[in-house]
Ligand binder design. Sequence first.
Ligand code: AMP
Ligand code: MG
Length: 325
Amino acid sequence: MHKLAWILCLALAVPAAAAADGRWYRREAAAMGTSVRVELWHADAAAAEAAMEAVLAEMRRVDALMSSFRPGSELSRINREAGARAVAVSPELFALIRRAQAISALSGGAFDITYASVGHLYNFRQGIAPDDGALEQALPAVDYRSLVLDPAARSVRFARPGMRIDLGGIAKGHAVDRAIALLRARGVREALVSAGGDTRILGDHHGRPWLTGIRDPRRPPGTSAVVLPLADTAISTSGDYERYFERDGVRYHHIISPRTGRPARAARSVTILGPDATTTDALSTTVFVLGPRAGLALVERLEGIEAVIIDAAGRVHYSSGLAPP
Ligand code: AMP
Ligand code: MG
């Protein structure tokens, strides 16, 4: 049935694409350590190409600013220097760190960019996880309350030794929001931008909703567990299949519980719907850490936010705004 829905979507898109007022343009490229996709409706080929190019350039700019893997990024400078002194940063980076801190406060620390104080001990590509001793030593530095922000100086300081931060749980959503703002400013009214698991849809699919699939976490990419019709929304999925290795039957993946320093175990994937991708990106990671019960309780408290959670046993949970009556 889900496959059918996709086919239907494609079939319906063909006549629309031939309409006189424009057509769909599509680009896919590597950026921010993932695959970035831009689709937009435009009347003018050159303007469409320029807009897609601008989106990719914007993604690369955000990555150069916020990547923890790039020694030259502002974020890396914080990680090098903020243990010794307050580091002044750009308004954009400061604002995103503040946003992350707000989500930490909202979630009782389930989302915590200082998770990186233990996170850097993992290497998923090489199959490396810290032993108990290394974890115990590093864990006290995971504490968002010890990340000191000074709005007047726009500076960041670490109040604990061994502290690090990483924006992997929120920066892609921010980049997607920036891309949508940029497209809007160029007069684009229908578009989809995604970076890895973070997507934002501007307008609709030319008179119809976009049909967006949520992957089945234990089946190959392309197999949807759920298909949602969407317009004018952001949607993010966090999954335990994105970056992981297995040892002795245990899956070590990239979403870390700040309390234990170990991969969070209560879910396989969490999808969040909301008004902007910065919010949905951060909340998908947050709800993944919280698990279905506490995660859904948080989602129900938040206006305009919905969730689809696939739990550790493969059961699907919906928030009340999505659940069938
Ligand atoms: P996402 O795919 O949006 O869930 O992001 C996962 C990424 O978020 C990881 O690769 C880490 O960079 C980062 N991350 C992992 N655990 C946490 C956490 N508890 N709080 C904030 N960020 C995290
Ligand atoms: Mg996220």
